[in-house]
Design a protein around this ligand. Structure first.
Ligand code: KIV
Length: 272
């Protein structure tokens, strides 16, 4: 048996190189095998199995109810599909905040059981020690600053963060501390474009923005939002690249009509 394993997925080294060369990093979320295959075949750099799973796939009002088992289940499905992109799995609420020991064990499960290559966790300097421990154990960590949806109740809603000078300074310091602790990249969510540009300039690791302007090293969106799967509220920072909600409804309505009228299946869909 060969001892060499095939490594074709993008790595943390690849994304760091992309920052150095000025090539923008593309990241989208996926939660299942089918969508992950499409994103991978389209050439996306990173697939995030986000805990936005809670909102877009499981129908919760927030990400707070999402469990480790939910995240592992969906990360495993994504991993089975992906050959080229890097897979980052989100650590759900209370899977890393309670103790360093459970944080490390839970993070490790994404690599051991679900074939992810990295984890993402929300929060600033208070998690620096945990980020350091994970990195030291061989678990790459993507940090997440600015609007951190798991803290929605503490933040008082889904609002732009770092608008005032002192709040901006805290986010800047957190980014530097997390880089120092070993994070290989940082998501900046809903922060002013100027602050995101300054952080991007100050760090040697890549920044990946969502609602953080064009100067980040990369961009991320929730796949359901950018495909227009949802006909309800869409945040200002989302661009709809397709209108699948309407497209799917149109297809389903046509199917219903054709079945009711006996037009489907036609001769070519039937066996003689
Ligand atoms: O859970 C998620 O999808 C995320 C992205 C919005 C960055 O954290």
């Amino acid at each position: 048996m060969s001892t060499q394993t095939k490594q074709t997925r993008k790595t943390t080294a690849d994304v760091k190189k992309m920052k150095a060369s000025g090539e923008k990093i593309t990241m989208l979320t996926a939660y299942d095998y089918g969508m992950a295959s499409i994103l991978d075949e389209s050439g996306i750099d990173i697939i995030l199995v986000g805990d936005s799973l809670g909102n877009v796939m499981l129908g919760y009002d927030s990400t707070l109810p999402v469990t480790m088992e939910d995240m592992l289940h969906h990360t495993k499905a994504v991993s089975r599909a992906v050959k080229n992109a890097m897979i980052v799995a989100d650590m759900p609420f209370l899977s890393y905040q309670v103790s360093a020991e459970t944080a490390l064990t839970n993070a490790g499960r994404f690599l051991k059981e679900a074939d992810a290559q990295a984890v993402k966790l929300e929060g600033g300097r208070e998690f620096a020690e945990i980020v350091h421990k994970m990195t030291y154990a061989g678990i790459p960590v993507m940090a997440h600053l600015g609007l951190t949806p798991q803290s929605v109740h503490q933040l008082g809603g889904y609002k732009v963060q770092g608008k005032k000078e002192d709040a901006a300074e805290i986010i800047m310091q957190d980014a530097k501390i997390l880089e120092e602790a070993g994070a290989f990249a940082v998501v900046l969510e809903c922060v002013p474009e100027k602050l995101a540009a300054e952080i991007t300039h100050a760090l040697s690791i890549p920044t990946i923005g969502i609602g953080a302007g064009v100067h980040c090293d990369g961009q991320v969106l929730v796949i359901n939002d950018m495909l227009g799967m949802n006909d309800k509220f869409i945040p200002k920072f989302v661009k709809k690249y397709a209108g699948l909600n309407l497209e799917i409804k149109k297809a389903v309505k046509t199917y219903i009509t054709e079945v009711k009228q006996g037009d489907f299946p036609a001769v070519e869909h039937s066996f003689k």
